[in-house]
Ligand binder design. Structure first.
Ligand code: MF3
Ligand code: CO
Ligand code: CO
Length: 259
């Protein structure tokens, strides 16, 4: 079921989105060669709690039998696409790191979730890595521009796929964006490509969407590692990820997680 948020919900989600963007900015400012991903994670958790909110991903389970997700951040380096738990891994010059962050803000007796991500270069990165970051960030912006009442969810994926492939890269297919707000993951799924069997959904004012293209330099295929969480490219090529939480407004959209 796709939920419609009230004006009061949007007000609270706006607060939760601003908090999240502020925390991610502080995390981003700490990223440099020599830093461990767990150090970024501790910083993020402290900052979220200082805002009176809670990390949304820590102990998250997709299914009841999953190993609970162990950290506040997803810290996916190089060929890792998404969902890499923070660890003692030390960032080195030339790495790219996808930082995905979510929080739960409880107010007026209700939980509000926001979700965002961006991929950041560590030190001096290669020319192709720079292009990957630029293309992925732009593909998110292009997808977001499709958000308005009466457009459909597939319009978002179509725009993202068309742009990414025109730049010679590929869009991951087995993971999607999603509704968000009352929970981390709500309906509808938001594929970043034209999925012919997808249930299409017409956008309505008050829908809150997490749009999140994952873009690979090589093939779109991915695999899950033995830790049960980390998803990497099958061919080992670099991958990037950008995400915003966006609300459908009267005549377009508002980005709730603007930095
Ligand atoms: N933030 C991810 C998303 O964009 C979900 C992370 S859940 C976790 O959908 F448990 F893997 F962290
Ligand atoms: Co996310
Ligand atoms: Co998401």
């Amino acid at each position: 079921m796709v939920t419609i948020k009230t004006d009061k919900d949007i007000k609270n989600l706006r607060i939760a989105g601003k908090m999240l963007a502020a925390v991610l900015l502080e995390v981003q400012n700490c990223i440099k060669p020599g830093v461990k991903t767990i150090t970024l994670d501790t910083l993020a958790e402290d900052l979220i709690r200082k805002h009176g909110a809670t990390p949304a991903f820590k102990n998250y389970q997709n299914f009841p039998n999953d190993t609970p997700f162990p950290s506040t951040l997803c810290t996916s380096v190089n060929e890792e696409v998404v969902h890499a738990p923070a660890s003692n891994r030390v960032l080195v010059d030339g790495d790219i790191i996808g930082v995905d962050i979510g929080l739960k803000y409880t107010i007026d007796g209700r939980d509000y979730f926001t979700d965002m991500a961006r991929t950041i270069g560590v030190g001096k990165i290669s020319k192709i890595a720079k292009k990957l970051l630029r293309v992925t960030k732009t593909s998110l912006e292009i997808g977001i521009r499709q958000v308005k009442p009466e457009n459909t969810i597939l319009d978002i994926g179509r725009a993202i796929q068309e742009y990414v492939e025109s730049q010679g890269f590929s869009v991951v297919r087995s993971l999607t964006g999603h509704g968000v707000g009352y929970k981390v993951h709500e309906d509808p799924q938001i594929p970043n490509y034209v999925r012919s069997h997808a249930k299409n959904v017409v956008m309505k004012k008050g829908m809150v969407l997490a749009i999140e293209p994952m873009v690979n330099i090589g093939s779109p295929d991915v695999m899950t590692s033995d830790d049960g969480w980390t998803i990497s490219t099958l061919d080992g090529s670099l991958s990037a990820h950008f995400e915003h939480t966006v609300v459908v407004t009267d005549n377009g959209y508002e980005i709730l997680t603007k930095m």
